[in-house]
Design a protein around this ligand. Structure first.
Ligand SMILES: [Zn+2]
Length: 73
């Protein structure tokens, strides 16, 4: 369907592609404080990164339900 409206998913930018592999780390915090803050500033203003992070949360919840406990130590 070629149907574009304001509900179409946000598109990732090149910066998003660079950050994508590190998005999961962001929830616990990046080891480098400056990198952490730079990335957080981007993600807060970026629909694609926030949407991607949200899908991680869904997977996390599924794992928690499956294993009965948080998937982190
Ligand atoms: Zn982004």
């Amino acid at each position: 369907m070629m149907h574009h409206d304001h509900h179409s998913p946000p598109a990732p930018t090149r910066l998003c592609a660079a950050y994508a592999p590190m998005l999961a780390l962001l929830r616990t915090g990046l080891p480098d404080r400056a990198a952490d803050e730079t990335m957080r500033a981007h993600v807060e203003g970026c629909d694609w990164c926030r949407a991607t992070l949200a899908t991680f949360d869904i997977v996390d919840d599924a794992l928690k339900r499956h294993y009965g406990r948080p998937f982190v130590r």
